[in-house]
Design a protein. Sequence first.
Length: 231
Amino acid sequence: MASAAPGSDARGFSFVLEEQDGRLSLRAQHHPDYGVICADWTSAAARSRVRSGKRQALARATGVGGRTPLRVIDATAGLGRDAFTLAALGAEVLLIERHAQIAALLRDALRRAHADAWSADAAARMSIVEADALALLRARTVHADVIYLDPMYPHSAKSALPQKEMQLFRELTGGDADADQLLDPALACAAARVVVKRPLRASPLAGRAPHHEIATGQARFDVYPKHAAGG
Ligand SMILES: C[S@@+](CC[C@H](N)C(=O)[O-])C[C@H]1O[C@@H](n2cnc3c(N)ncnc32)[C@H](O)[C@@H]1O
């Protein structure tokens, strides 16, 4: 285990934001051998996700990429990879992130995406709110066609995130242990459907079986259409 870094919290974790090459990054000082993490929506990987277009599982599960542009709330935005893909495929996306340092990375990514000719169009359809989505959804202050949820899965399961990034996210967020509570308020605020991303063999969110699922080699998208929710 790494020795306690300056400014570390009670669990011995110490995360600092730093400016590097014109972009904001997050460094885990208690893992000196790990690289930094940042949100980057103009990378080769991001471009390849966008090129996969409406055939990809995320687009099929959410319905984004069709003729009618959809309003999507990504209520667990993280580094905004999925949110950016959805915006690039034509959706208007509200990103909600409750962790202050992660939200700072998102704002920085959005600033850079506006400045890049390739991503500026999608960036214009994205907005970020730093808040607890559970509170906003319960108060019914946010509404969209689709609500997308991708909380951390608290148990060790194969995840779509790279190993080190998953560990850092667990340490940063504590593992999103309250995630089950998001499903009902999300269904109340979504006009068309709620989509939940899960590790392949994980149980469904809140133990509630979806109407259908779309699986890829890395993750599963559980789809809860409003018509099937009785709403
Ligand atoms: C696995 S990450 C999401 C990754 C994201 N889909 C992407 O493409 O980069 C989960 C994120 O959801 C955030 N989160 C979990 N519950 C939340 C809530 N109730 N409100 C806002 N953010 C939440 C966590 O802080 C974490 O950053």
